[in-house]
Write a protein that binds this ligand. Sequence first.
Ligand code: SF4
Length: 615
Amino acid sequence: MYKGGYAGKILRIDLSKQSAKEETLPEELAKNYLGGAGFGIKYLYDEVKPDTPALDKANKLIFAVGPLTATGASCSSRMAVVARSPLTGAVGMALAGGQFPAEMKRAGYDMIIIEGKAEKPAYVAINDGEVKFRSAEKLSGMMTTDTQLFIKEELGDHNYRIACIGPAGEKVVPMACIVNERRAAGRKGLGAVMGSKNLKAIAVRGHKRPDIADAESFRKARQAMNKAMKDSPVLYPHFAKAGTPMVVDAMTEMGIYSIKNWSATGQINMVPGLGLKAQDEMIITRSHCHDCPVGCSQVKLVTSGPYAGYLSEGPEFETTYSLGSTVGVDYLPAVIAADRLCDEYGIDTISAGVAIGWAMELYEKGILTKKDTDGIDLKFGNHAAVIEMLRKIAYQEGLGALLGQGTKKAAEKIGKGTGDYAMQIKGLELPAYDVRGAKAHGLNYATSYTGADHNRGYAFQEIFDIPIPEKVDRNATKGKGRLTKWNQDTRAVTCDCATMCAFLLDMAVPAIACQNTADLVNAASGMNFTAEDIEKIGERLNNVARLFNIGAGFSRKDDTFPRRLMTEPIKAGASKGQLISQKDLDEMLDEYYAERGWDKNGTPTAAKLKELGIK
Ligand code: SF4
């Protein structure tokens, strides 16, 4: 039985009945799924039928933290938010850092399960186990920053931490996100699920600290992790100063920074406008997630020009792509403004930007005209058009209402072969890495249970040249099945279930990730995991998520790429000539499924499920 680490309780909230009840956190759940995404996806699998419409009140919205949250372990800052995704129809899982996750644990809970639908707009305030349902009618249409301020004022305590939706979530835009402070559980439209439940926000406040079962062992495990962080040649020397924007320069050099809806990768140098130096000049301060000594986040302020006064915690690397390079914009002040507006409306920067980039390509090809865009000149590089399209997506106006459905559904509506240019997999828009020149990244995008999601199995080996578990050639296809399984399983457990920041795995502790997670969790909880047990939890999670998706109708046919990536080689730069042909993809999938113990169609075999103890 766990003796520490966990709060030991699940809070189940029924919005239809305005009721809340506590359940004991089952020991078996902790043992088999550890926390965070493991908890959320296991409950989704057990309690939500996979064909449940994502915006139906029978869908559940689950917030879950891990056994290290609020223990003082470095970078134990994240929470997982889980529901069936309205954007993809698959498992929707997004992580967010900030301060909300630790406060949720201190309020007494490892997991909060939201069920049903409030009759009128509402928010829930949770204070040390006391749950209050409050009207959110006054907050209707309010941006996310004002929403958080308003609720703190109304509750009379500015120490509440709040996860909320903006206007896009209220309007159930399928790419809406959930924002706490300026951190977002951004992808897969979980803000729309929250909006469909008439839930504007959850506010948490707590004063408890999780017990630590063995303080001395915990201190030693923390020290080992902090040493690995200190010894990393990347984490403090580069990443702590530059944050994720450092990757803009690196990806440009490697020729895999995606540009103009992936039509011009390697052809245009965006570094002068969006790269490290340009970003550095705009920083006014830095910020840290809870218990993070790194503090990679940068707050940037625009001080002159048409966007003067816009301030954003970002843009992160991915946002410089989605609201910058893929829409052909290399004017950083505009990207900062667009990033801030996405946070305020509560929309995912990646899906929104990629959808706009796709519409820009269709406009330049003459498939969309000014009649379709309400007169907007939607050509690549027009940053004012990007800003206006974001507003239209958030408020479901004109073309924005279509783009907000995601590029997959929008292409199905428009037809005319536009799906060939829709940069999505399983309905989720692609992140920045042009996978034609980074094949393990590609295989991860194709097979991730959430759709095209760099976070589910990020191939840091291809990006930072770290030879763990082995050295890789980013352009090779052979061996990428084995590597992708390792990346997905390791990341699933050490980041998504343990709810630790993913950058640690990528840059500091890959060699000791599973052992160090076992040491930390054992010391905090008094449980007895080996490194192998920990890796198995990651594998179990990827299998349960796959089963949910199979129930929702997904199979091998969905583990694929947009046609562009399989037929158009990268035209210029260091990755010139690279693509992933259908043959390459088939070979990588065969290897990946075999490594996973899945059949040729990507279905887990009975033997694999038995081995993992999944019923
Ligand atoms: S490294 Fe960055 S993202 Fe990770 S916990 Fe620290 S501040 Fe947050």
